[in-house]
Ligand binder design. Structure first.
Ligand SMILES: Cc1ncc(COP(=O)(O)O)c(C=O)c1O
Length: 446
């Protein structure tokens, strides 16, 4: 895409105003300007359709962030939005329940292996908090062992009072557990993904205290064969509930979730984000045994079963099935990965595009690990100025086309050539026209 660097003045001005009015600038850390190339990347959008969005300065971008994975069919999908618009005309929220609540439960139960009963929320972190409550209520125990990211709520952020048992670092580097009750320290304990021995040692050390193991079953790669089976066997041996958080990994790899793909069924599952293609929705599903006691727990909120979230989720799941999404995601993701690997090879920079087809990402071999954040930022900067919105990784939707992939690969080659020139000259700094991207937290999972 040969065109001048987009002018993002209105984004910058609006962000400045936000800084004065909204503590932390945005509601989602991943949407902060510091996550991108602040000064070059856009921060505010005004419309989006399919694989693209237009920022408030009028620039168009190919979007590979896909609302941090929440957009799966493509922005403003005609079928989902059509169903939502019809529902708006019939009412967005009733005094009574809507039978859609039962219809969606049936669809989820028919789709996700672990689902026999269902509760709803409006988001992923909230659904994780509900799952933690149910697990504690069902087992009568307090401790939760976890691996991965599970949202902002106290039950989980209390983990930050502990250091990572392996590295000695806090689970979320750079984020302090300010405002999280200290009495929750030690109620939620991290384990390292892939390490069954560590998990078993924790289960032994806390025998009789653990309610659940909550984990992201995968992130960028499939697990080692036998790992998730081993986690499930330990959960059964120590009589604790196994909860898969499929908020990020769910839907794209398999509509029934990672559990369907790898054949390991947990007791409970948390889903959200992509389940409703851009409308607020989340759910906890699980076995009757694990979930039924929730009928006696105080878990209740006014908007959890609003009609728009319900209809959006039902339509999105049915559209994923109708559009043969699993095959399509494989095609799109593999094409993208191959095209980017060709771009890497054409530039002659050491690196590769790897990871599952649902979220391939670029890793570069650097002469010095301390350059990592600068190079990431430079990549985002050079992609952004050429009309591609991404991190070092890419989140395909069903709306991404061959043309999007071709343009993205061409731009990747140009961006990598800039990075290579900086690395060869031993001077990346002078190529950076923005602040260095900040990593707000790291996940205890590959
Ligand atoms: C695995 C996982 N769990 C929970 C959450 C929190 O979801 P939400 O941002 O909808 O609260 C996320 C968000 O990225 C996630 O990736």
């Amino acid at each position: 895409m040969s065109r001048p660097t987009p002018n993002v003045t209105r984004s910058l001005e609006t962000y400045k105003r936000a800084g004065e009015l909204i503590p932390g600038w945005t509601q989602l850390i991943s949407r902060r300007a510091s996550q991108f190339a602040n000064g070059i990347s856009p921060t505010y959008a005004e419309r989006a359709k399919g694989s693209r969005f237009i920022d408030i300065d009028g620039n168009e971008y190919i979007d590979w962030v896909s609302a941090v994975g929440a957009i799966i069919l493509g922005h403003a999908d005609d079928v989902v939005d059509g169903a939502v618009k019809e529902q708006i005309d019939r009412g967005s929220l009733y005094s009574l329940n809507n039978p859609l609540e039962v219809e969606l439960a049936e669809e989820l139960i028919n789709t996700i292996p672990s689902a026999e009963m269902v509760r709803y929320t409006k988001g992923g972190g909230e659904a994780c908090a509900v799952a933690a409550r149910i697990a504690r209520g069902t087992t009568g125990r307090d401790t939760i062992l976890f691996s991965g990211y599970h949202g902002w709520h106290d039950w989980y952020q209390a983990a930050n009072y502990l250091a990572d048992p392996e590295s000695g670092e806090f689970p979320f580097a750079g984020i302090e557990p300010i405002g999280v009750p200290k009495v929750l320290a030690n109620t939620v304990i991290p384990f390292t993904y892939g390490n069954l021995e560590m998990l078993e040692n924790l289960l032994k050390a806390h025998q009789g205290e653990v309610a659940a193991i909550m984990m992201e079953p995968i992130r960028s790669e499939l697990p080692e064969p036998g790992y998730l089976e081993g986690v499930k066997a330990l959960a059964q041996q120590y009589d604790v509930l196994l909860i898969f958080d499929e908020v990020s990994c769910g839907w794209r790899l398999a509509i029934g979730g990672v559990q369907d793909y790898v054949g390991v069924t947990p007791d409970m599952t948390v889903v959200a984000k992509a389940m409703s293609n851009g409308y607020a929705m989340g759910a906890v599903v699980g076995s009757r045994e694990a979930m039924e006691p929730a009928s006696r727990m105080f878990i209740s909120s006014s908007y959890w079963s609003d009609n728009l979230g319900l209809v959006a989720a039902l339509t999105t799941i049915r559209e994923l099935k109708r559009r043969d999404s699993e095959t399509r995601f494989k095609e799109i993701g593999e094409k993208l990965r191959a095209a980017i690997n060709e771009a890497i090879a054409s530039v002659g920079i050491a690196g590769a595009c790897t990871g599952l087809h649902t979220g391939p990402s670029v890793t570069l071999e650097l002469p010095d690990a301390s350059l990592a954040d600068k190079v990431k930022t430079l990549f985002i900067q050079e992609m952004s100025r050429r009309g591609i919105h991404c991190y070092m990784g890419f989140r395909p939707t069903l709306a991404h086309t061959d043309e999007d992939i071709r343009l993205t690969a061409d731009v990747t080659a140009e961006a990598l050539a800039v990075i290579k020139s900086g690395l060869d000259a031993g001077d990346v700094d002078s190529l950076l026209e923005c602040d260095i991207k900040k990593e707000p937290f790291r996940r205890l999972v590959r």
